[in-house]
Every structure is written in structure tokens, then in C-alpha cells.
Design a binder for this molecule. Structure first.
Ligand SMILES: CC(C)(COP(=O)(O)OP(=O)(O)OC[C@H]1O[C@@H](n2cnc3c(N)ncnc32)[C@H](O)[C@@H]1OP(=O)(O)O)[C@@H](O)C(=O)NCCC(=O)NCCS
Length: 194
């Protein structure tokens, strides 16, 4: 990530058109629209306001639709609290029309990077028991289940699986060509040791 990207709070990868940026109160309407398209019990506008303006630990990052004047303005977002040594993942959502393109994975990488830069060494989250997509996503990052919260969710009533990530390790990765030569774009991601 370049210094410019660090100061602007955004990150772009040259392998795809997606740009991650910090959400602000100006994006409230679009976040609410996205949320309602993704959850049976969506966060309210007030919940987003609290995360965007009233919580010093909260980070809300999003990917906007690269198409001009599109109906779906924000296609993906993540909300996490970076609290001392912990990253608490509150929510991640990708609009149904944009799923299975790696957007959620990129957002999680981004937040892991922010957390590691802030000195975090572990991650925590909870997920619906039957939410296979999300559980696979978290397992990809080496989150492991460590407990259950009975009937935690409503509509439908469902247990929460508690997951944690034990350690974050910064890793420099470089794109290389077939002759194993560096082709420039260097990205920092965080791989988690199990
Ligand atoms: C879960 C969610 C965020 C995944 O977003 P996404 O951008 O489609 O996910 P990605 O493309 O980054 O997928 C990363 C990995 O997650 C897993 N995954 C994602 N969708 C999956 C699906 N439908 N079935 C099984 N595994 C899935 C896979 O392991 C995938 O890797 P692969 O594509 O190499 O197999 C998205 O489905 C969503 O918004 N769901 C509704 C909201 C929600 O449940 N959020 C989680 C709250 S805890």
C-alpha cells in the first residue's frame, strides 16, 4: 500500500476494479439499502450512524459500485471495532449481485491489515450456525469456532457460532511473473497462523 493510499484511507488492487474506502455519514442511505438487501434483521439507520459517528473504535469500510449512476451505490461493506489488541468483526455484507467475486475476502484482508497496523493480535466474531457462506469465508482466514450462543439470532431463531483468530502475522506478498521476477504491485496482506 502506498503512502498516498494510507493517508486517504483507501486501497486499490490493480487486478480488479474494486476500491476500498472508509464510509462516512454521507453514505448512510446507500449502506441502509445494501443492508436491507442482505439481512433478514438489517441494522437500522441509527445503528449505522452510531458506528460512523459515535464510536471511536469502529471502522466502516466499503466498496462502491464502479459503474456511473448505478442503482446500487455501495456494493459491499464491513464494520469492525479495533479495540486495543482485538479486532471485533461486527458485520460484512456483499450485495447479492456482486457475490463470489472475492469482495468480502478483500474487505476482511483490509480490516486485518488495519488491525495489525494498530497492534491487534487476535480477531473475534459471531455468525449464524447455518450461514455456510460466511463460515467458509471466516475459515479461509483461519478463524476457528470456540463456542455457541444458544438462540442468539432472531428471524429465524438460530444459534450463534463464536469464532476467533488467534494471531495476526503481517506478510509481504509480491506479484511475480512466470520467470519469478517481480512485476511491481506489492500488497501487504495478513495471514493468520493457526
Ligand atoms: C458471506 C458474504 C459476505 C460473502 O461475500 P462474497 O463477496 O460473496 O465472498 P467472497 O467472494 O469473498 O468469497 C470468499 C470465500 O467465502 C466462501 N463463500 C462465499 N460465498 C459462499 C457460498 N455461497 N457458499 C459457500 N462458500 C462461500 C468461499 O470459501 C469463498 O471462497 P471461494 O470463492 O474461493 O470458494 C455474502 O454471501 C453476504 O453478504 N451474505 C449475506 C450477509 C451475511 O451473511 N454476512 C455475514 C454476517 S456474519
Amino acid at each position: 500500500m502506498s503512502e498516498m493510499e494510507k493517508t486517504s484511507g483507501s486501497h486499490s488492487a490493480d487486478s480488479n476494479p474494486w476500491t476500498i474506502q472508509d464510509a462516512t455519514v454521507e453514505h448512510l442511505d446507500a449502506l441502509v439499502v445494501l443492508e436491507e438487501a442482505c439481512f433478514s434483521v438489517p441494522w437500522s439507520r441509527q445503528s449505522f450512524e452510531a458506528e460512523l459517528a459515535g464510536n471511536q473504535f469502529s471502522r466502516v469500510c466499503m466498496i462502491v459500485n464502479p459503474g456511473q449512476g448505478c442503482k446500487i451505490e455501495v456494493i459491499s461493506y464491513i464494520c469492525a471495532w479495533i479495540v486495543f489488541e482485538e479486532i471485533r468483526f461486527l458485520n460484512v455484507a456483499v450485495h447479492p449481485a456482486f457475490r463470489r467475486q472475492g469482495l468480502a475476502r478483500q474487505l476482511i484482508c483490509h480490516v486485518l491489515r488495519l488491525g495489525a497496523d494498530a497492534g491487534c493480535c487476535r480477531g473475534l466474531l459471531e455468525v449464524r450456525k447455518a450461514n455456510t457462506s460466511a463460515r467458509n469465508l471466516y475459515e479461509y482466514f483461519n478463524f476457528t469456532a470456540y463456542g455457541t450462543r444458544k438462540s442468539y439470532y432472531t428471524n429465524p431463531t438460530e444459534d450463534a457460532i463464536l469464532m476467533r483468530l488467534e494471531s495476526l502475522i503481517p506478510l509481504q506478498t509480491e506479484r511475480r511473473d512466470e520467470r519469478n521476477q517481480s512485476v511491481g504491485s506489492q500488497t501487504t496482506i495478513h495471514i493468520i497462523s493457526g
